[in-house]
Ligand binder design. Structure first.
Ligand code: GLP
Length: 240
């Protein structure tokens, strides 16, 4: 595990974008695992800037980590809509190569199997992650066991209230989500986790300065051989 601390989230985003550029330029069919959340916005902004200057995504496949159950892709708070707005509508990725779990699927179990099959056919070269204040990655919430495959998860109270900032009110936040499991995440060749700001300092210290525990899902990344943790001064402040 390699930890890099930057002065600002935007400098960190530039660095993370350079890692994506390297994958795009070195692979014939690069597979990018993508994340949502406030943290990754400066990074996507920079990727869009690079795309305007010619960075080519036409041969890339993208796989998003998670989606809320019950939200269609055009629902403004869906993760699919977030990705369209922040990235997909600004780059030349082929629509058929974009994959986001279908939270509105009538048969969610079948949807989880379908998504695992997509992951199996497209091994992830680089997985981008944020981290929840409770240590979740994707929507793999703290628990005494963690699930390896794509699954439906009941969101924790903490996650619902933390994500309420993107909705009109907390009552509108879906109670469930579909998420890639920890095995798919840990199978990525390289993982890049970003976390910024004071509110992430405590969980960063626990996840990467302490032991590996299923009640801190991000701590699992300590077991991966090529993970880069990208922080700013604030999120790094409690790490020894
Ligand atoms: C959501 C996503 C996570 C993300 C987290 C952090 O819960 N499911 O993948 O890491 O938000 O969000 P933020 O970057 O807004 O703090």
């Amino acid at each position: 595990m390699n930890i890099r601390v930057f002065d600002t989230p935007s400098e960190a985003g530039v660095y993370a974008a350079s890692l994506i550029e390297r994958v795009l330029q070195s692979q014939e069919k690069p597979v990018l695992g993508l994340a949502t959340g406030g943290t990754v916005i400066p990074f996507y902004r920079w990727l869009v800037e690079m795309a305007k200057r010619g960075l080519d995504f036409s041969h890339a496949v993208t796989l998003n980590l998670d989606e809320y159950v019950g939200l269609a892709p055009d629902h403004p708070q869906s993760y699919h809509a977030f990705m369209d707005q922040q990235l997909f509508s600004h780059i030349n990725v082929a629509r058929e190569n974009i994959h986001v779990p279908r939270g509105f699927a009538p048969d969610l179990e079948a949807e989880c199997d379908r998504y695992d099959e997509i992951i199996r056919r497209n091994p992830i070269d680089l997985q981008v992650l944020g981290i929840g204040v409770n240590g979740h990655i994707g929507f793999n919430e703290p628990n005494h066991t963690l699930l390896s495959h794509t699954h439906v998860v009941n969101l924790s109270k903490e996650t619902i209230s933390s994500n309420a900032r993107f909705f009109e009110s907390e009552s509108e936040v879906p109670r469930q989500a579909i998420t890639m499991g920890v095995q798919a995440i840990l199978s990525a060749k390289q993982i890049v986790l970003m976390a910024f700001g004071d509110e992430k300092a405590e969980i960063i210290a626990k996840a990467f300065g302490g032991e590996v525990r299923t009640d801190i899902p991000a701590s699992m990344l300590q077991l991966h051989r090529d993970t880069i943790i990208i922080l700013d001064q604030r999120s790094a402040s409690k790490l020894e």
